[in-house]
Design a protein around this ligand. Structure first.
Ligand code: ADE
Ligand code: ZN
Length: 329
């Protein structure tokens, strides 16, 4: 199996329907109606609706043990697909809405990462994210928690949410505050906003990566700028097709971005919502882009190079990748 690495996945968005049902039962909660369709999958019909369904399903994750289980079960499924490294993004705002402190939120996730590492040898790190449509004040509070309560496995900061309605510049104080403490940052940009949103993001926020970033393809000068700054793109084709940004793989810019020399990685974003997985993203790249084993290994190499991880761990991951590449080749 090709060794894989994933930089962009929303932890609360990894819980499949059966786990959400189990957590709801454990917490004696009744799930909102119409959360699941007749096919048993999550029911949503456009991106902003998806964000609301995401809020509803996240409400069943109420204790550190719940967060541990969501993390562990996701990493276990990744290990089965040959994944050696995952950065999960979590949302302390969602945890706080369920009465959980930042410290408990992190502690639960870290327990899941450590248990999965012990069990499967998969390495994991946590990117703490704020949510743009929760506002600038909340973003600052999350930034303060990240800096004031550091944890060795919390290795980055990011931001998701409604990009089209909330441009990035207003969040620069939160990002700068975290970056000044030494943590690297990423931000969703160029998913629901075009090149203007990407330009604003890279000019106002201290980011080394972009979540999605795909719409940089619409502005060649900006694409050159992104490439010359060495910014890595966390590309999630299955997500983009599911949310309707592109109608099919043939229209998706991932192949053009790679051809132009952009540093592209592959991720699943919110796998059960978008009927995908990190393994499927690699497989689909093989099927639809003709990416052979070497090309897929190059994707993993890009991810490990851009990972928010300490240098000894990066070196270990690279050795694992090289060893597997030698076996494949
Ligand atoms: N939050 C959870 N999933 C997201 C996505 N795909 N884009 C932006 N914010 C999100
Ligand atoms: Zn995302």
């Amino acid at each position: 199996m090709i060794p894989k690495a994933e930089l962009h996945v929303h932890l609360e968005g990894t819980a499949p329907p059966n786990l959400v049902r189990r957590l709801a039962a454990r917490n004696k909660m009744t799930l909102p109606e119409r959360l699941f369709g007749e096919d048993g999958r999550y029911l949503w019909d456009h991106f902003l609706h998806f964000l609301k369904v995401y809020d509803a399903t996240s409400s069943v994750i109420r204790t550190p043990e719940d967060y541990r289980d969501v993390t562990y079960e996701y990493l276990a499924s990744c290990a089965e697909e040959g994944v050696i490294y995952v950065e999960v993004s979590s949302s302390p705002d969602h945890a706080a809405a369920n009465g959980m402190s930042y410290g408990d939120h992190v502690e639960g996730i870290v327990a899941g990462i450590e248990d999965a590492r012990d069990q499967f040898g998969i390495e994991g790190r946590l990117i703490v994210t704020c949510v743009r449509h929760f506002g600038v004040e909340r973003s600052m509070e999350v930034a303060r928690q990240v800096v004031d309560e550091p944890h060795p496995l919390v290795t980055g900061f990011g931001m998701g949410g409604d990009e089209a309605g909330h441009p990035p510049g207003q969040f620069s104080r939160a990002f700068q505050y975290v970056a000044d403490s030494g943590l690297p940052c990423t931000v969703h940009a160029g998913e629901w906003a075009g090149p203007d949103g990407i330009r604003e993001a890279i000019e106002t926020l201290p980011v080394t990566r972009l979540g999605h970033g795909i719409r940089v393809i619409e502005d060649r000068a900006l694409l050159s700028e992104v490439i010359s700054r060495g910014i890595t793109l966390e590309v999630c084709p299955g997500s983009n097709l599911a949310t309707g940004i592109y109608p099919d793989y043939a229209s998706h810019p991932v192949a053009d971005l790679i051809a132009a020399g952009a540093k592209v990685t592959l991720s699943s974003d919110d796998p059960p919502y978008f009927a995908t997985s990190i393994g499927k993203e690699y497989d689909d790249a093989g099927t639809h882009l003709g990416m052979d084993a070497d090309a897929q290994i190059a994707i993993t190499r890009n991810a490990i190079e851009a990972a928010f991880v300490d240098e000894p761990t990066r070196a270990k991951l690279m050795t694992r990748l090289d060893d597997a590449a030698n076996e494949t080749g």
